[in-house]
Design a protein. Structure first.
Length: 103
């Protein structure tokens, strides 16, 4: 026997909204901290230039990871909304089918 599933659309939509808000907070925090993570060389000698290049490559990698995380959070939110819409459509079709049988 199949168990019952209780789907509360407002809870799913709230979860999707939270994912979008989390993505926005992450993007904002990244934008604020980006200037601090990218450095300029402290001097013109080779060691300072190489050290700054190393730190900047790490900062660029970090920026890319944050951007990917933001995209994935927005994608997860959109997926939740899309799956909920499909569920509600299928639920309405099934309800109409049951109502037609009972009449």
């Amino acid at each position: 026997m199949v168990g019952h599933v209780l789907v509360q659309p407002e809870v799913i939509l709230a979860a999707a909204l939270e994912l979008d808000l989390l993505a926005e907070r992450l993007a904002a925090a990244s934008a604020i901290s980006a200037p601090a993570t990218h450095v300029i060389p402290s001097g013109t000698e080779e060691v300072s230039l190489l050290a700054a290049e190393h730190f900047n490559q790490a900062a660029i990698s970090h920026d890319r990871a944050i951007a990917q995380g933001v995209l994935e959070l927005h994608h997860a939110a959109a997926t939740l909304r899309g799956q909920l819409a499909q569920y509600l459509i299928q639920d309405a079709v099934r309800a109409a089918g049951i109502a037609a049988i009972q009449v």
